[in-house]
Design a protein around this ligand. Structure first.
Ligand SMILES: Nc1ncnc2c1ncn2[C@@H]1O[C@H](COP(=O)(O)OP(=O)(O)OP(=O)(O)O)[C@@H](O)[C@H]1O
Length: 262
């Protein structure tokens, strides 16, 4: 029963399997909810098939699929270019000082004097009023990936969030209304920020640059965005380069609060 040799498993093999499982899980989290998930699943299936043919010593099939897998590596880098970028950006710019679970044990890492809890209710109420008044708005909420690399394109500031402040920033005649506002903790840290625009083909044409900019930043980072349409007054919640569906404002508030705590 030579082919069952692979069942002879040691401690290092177990650690090896565990590490691969963790890596696959994080890869899955990165591509979850995007079109890349289908490509990712396809690759996992082909890889499992390849390993299966190798274990069963089916040499011809294994060498054919193996050849495909080797070329596939280059294709993979091209196909997952966005996700690899996002992954490296997340690894390179993670705000460890903001990680709640982390800072719970290491108080010295907390930002001094900063109320890090975002007032989601004020944010939602402001969006609701702006929607009713047909005031366009683009709000980007920072999570673990630092957004410092884009805030410099706008006007940096430190304003505690409340409903009237948000409304006055995006008021049509306000000098600050253009572009995006960046939210960090419970503060607006920049306004008039220019975001990278998404080149996704499947965004319907009725959505213009404001929405494309929201898609763009959430494709590249783990930020959350709220877009109030000037044209229709509708409020879109965009995360991971996708619209997130919600029934009413109460549900939206719950979803955002949950997303901020995971
Ligand atoms: N790259 C960008 N980064 C940040 N804000 C942007 C960007 N591009 C456009 N905007 C904002 O979007 C506004 C233009 O919105 P546009 O009408 O093209 O978008 P839309 O998605 O159709 O939104 P609406 O439904 O409000 O009309 C600009 O005035 C500007 O404030």
């Amino acid at each position: 029963m030579d082919f069952l040799n692979f069942l002879d498993i040691g401690v290092t093999d177990l650690i090896d399997i565990l590490l691969v499982a963790i890596l696959l899980y994080y890869l899955y989290r990165l591509v979850r909810g995007t079109v890349a998930i289908n490509i990712f699943l396809g690759i996992v299936i082909i890889w499992a098939f390849w390993k299966g043919t190798q274990l069963l010593d089916m040499r011809m099939t294994a060498s054919m699929v193996g050849g495909f897998m080797q070329v596939g590596l280059i294709a993979l880098i091209i196909v997952f270019q966005q996700e690899i970028r996002k992954f490296l950006l997340v690894v390179g710019s993670t705000n460890f000082a903001k990680k709640r679970r982390f800072t719970k044990h290491f108080k010295f890492l907390r930002e001094e004097g900063v109320n890090t809890e975002l007032n989601v209710n004020a944010l939602i109420r402001a969006c609701e009023i702006m929607g009713k008044n047909r005031t366009g708005a683009l709000l980007v909420i920072e999570r673990d990936t630092s957004l410092d690399f884009i805030t410099s394109s706008g006007d940096e500031m430190q304003i505690e969030i409340n409903q009237p402040i948000l409304e006055s920033i995006f008021f049509k005649n306000s000098p600050l209304h253009d572009g995006a506002a960046i939210i960090k903790g419970n503060k607006i840290v920049a306004t008039r920020v220019i975001l990278p625009v998404s080149r996704q083909q499947n965004i319907p044409n009725r959505f213009g640059l404001r929405h494309r900019a929201a898609f763009g930043i959430t494709e590249r980072t783990d930020a959350l965005t709220l877009v109030v349409s000037e044209e229709t007054g509708s409020i879109s919640y965009i995360k991971n380069g996708e619209f997130v569906a919600y029934k009413d404002m109460e549900e939206l508030e719950r979803i955002i609060s949950k997303d901020l705590n995971t």
